[in-house]
Write a protein that binds this ligand. Structure first.
Ligand code: 0X9
Ligand code: ZN
Length: 430
């Protein structure tokens, strides 16, 4: 009987990623600006999905459906773009990833030093419970806020952390969000870890004394859940009300849905595409929640960071057309300070961070992003951080769970250093 149950479980695991049968992923490395641009143009032609962006001289990883593989590779060869296979059998790799996670869960079962463990990716239910527990157990400085439900009715939860109940209007506000892109699992972990460092393991007291914090780990709960239960590479929200195709092709790319040059570049008007910008700016309740926080604390937010993955990059506006923001020198200074802080704690064999204007670093423009929107309404220091992904011999698509704590810790270093410098530059703006 036991054996039958086990067989059944194994069958369920292997059926889970059926939709990725025949898919492959490739490393691609453009060596000139023209090749980088060409890669951008190949995205719609071959319905490519970049899991990690390529930059000049640095490999990216691209996911390719079976029907486009031959044409895509022929084009790379014609254009002289270097490539090699990343994962030949994506489905097989995902099945393997699941087994690794299951094994780690069993082995690590109990003892860990955190009230929410960082030895594995956590489900939304665990993260929700963590936020509630933190708010209940530390009500002197923490408030749980849940202004709206997601499209599918899941509460969107964030914490406000303040030693003065957000009433000291001279304090800078630091706002960090994660999980707008559902599949980027390390992102929510990096935000909950910041909560851990500010509340459960406060080693830098000035950060709570002198700053107010808004920490929103999962902007897109429906998508996050969907990547755990149904489709590992889901990126968008799960809304179905955007147009007639809504039920067939649900979801909007949250990071194309903000009201800044909305749906003009690097985004699609086709609901079936991964970068669909929605039927109108802020069509998604999830992005409206972020907008609400930005607007509410606008005159005090000195630093906004949206956590994404992957690629080890600190990106700043303007991401739609690569033009220079009037704040460019400060964006660069603080970006470098954050990447230096990461370097101090990073493992030597992790890729170094690239810092810069997002179009110039990634090579493609994309409008309707939260970083550009925040900057456009007056947040001086606004970033997208692409956390690290690929690692060592491990070929999984997400960061190997053994590195979650490491990445969270080094990213926390960046957040702390960035917060301090942002206050020095832009504190007491009014
Ligand atoms: O394309 C995105 O939304 C971000 N990369 S990701 O791989 N996480 O999807 C980069 C966004 C950079 N910012 C803007 N273009 N505004
Ligand atoms: Zn992302």
């Amino acid at each position: 009987m036991k054996r039958i149950v086990l067989l059944f479980l194994a069958a369920a695991v292997f059926a889970k990623h059926e939709q990725y049968a025949g898919w492959s992923s490739y490393y691609v490395e453009p060596s000139t600006p023209e090749q980088l641009k060409m890669l951008g143009a190949l995205v719609p032609a071959f319905d490519l999905d970049f899991l990690a962006h390529a930059t000049i001289g640095r490999e990216g990883v691209v996911l390719v459906k079976p029907q486009y593989q031959a044409g895509f590779l022929q084009t790379l060869e014609k254009e002289g773009i270097t490539y090699r296979v990343h994962v030949a059998d994506v489905k097989g790799q995902l099945d393997f990833d699941d087994q690794v996670i299951e094994t780690r869960k069993r082995v690590a079962a109990a003892k860990h030093k955190y009230s929410m463990p960082y030895d594995n990716y956590q489900t939304i239910d665990v993260i929700d419970r963590y936020l509630e527990d933190i708010a209940n157990n530390h009500s002197d400085i923490v408030t749980l806020v849940s202004p709206n439900n997601s499209f599918e009715g899941h509460p969107i939860k964030y914490l406000k952390i303040s030693s003065s109940n957000f009433e000291d209007l001279s304090k800078p506000v630091i706002f960090i969000d994660g999980g707008i892109h559902a599949r980027e699992w390390i992102s929510p972990a990096s935000v909950t870890y910041a909560i851990h460092k500010l509340v459960e393991d406060l080693t830098e007291k000035d950060l709570v004394e002198n700053y107010d914090w808004v920490l929103l780990p999962i902007v897109n709960p429906d998508g996050y859940k969907y990547t755990f239960n149904k489709s590992r590479f889901w990126r968008k929200t799960r809304s179905t009300d955007q147009d007639a195709l809504g039920r067939l092709c649900p979801g909007v790319d949250g990071n194309r849905n903000y009201d800044f040059n909305w749906r003009t570049v690097g985004t699609s008007s086709n609901p079936c595409h991964d970068t669909f910008g929605g039927s109108r700016p802020f069509s998604e309740v999830e992005t409206r929640v972020v907008k609400g926080i930005l607007q509410e604390h606008l005159d005090r937010i000195t630093l906004y960071i949206s956590m994404h993955s992957y690629g080890s990059m600190i990106l700043y506006p303007w991401g739609h057309d690569g033009t220079v923001s009037p704040y460019e020198p400060d964006l660069k200074t603080v970006g470098n300070i954050m990447s230096d802080a990461i370097k101090k704690k990073a493992l030597s064999y992790f890729p170094a961070y690239a810092v810069g204007n997002s179009l110039r670093v990634i090579g493609y423009g994309a409008s309707g992003g939260s970083d550009d929107y925040a900057h456009s309404i007056g947040v001086p220091l606004s970033y997208t951080i692409e956390l690290p992904g690929l690692q060592g011999g491990y070929q999984g698509f997400h960061l190997d769970p053994q590195y979650i704590a490491q990445v969270c810790e080094e990213t926390w270093g960046a957040i702390a250093a960035g917060a301090r410098k942002s206050a020095e530059l832009f504190g007491k703006r009014k």
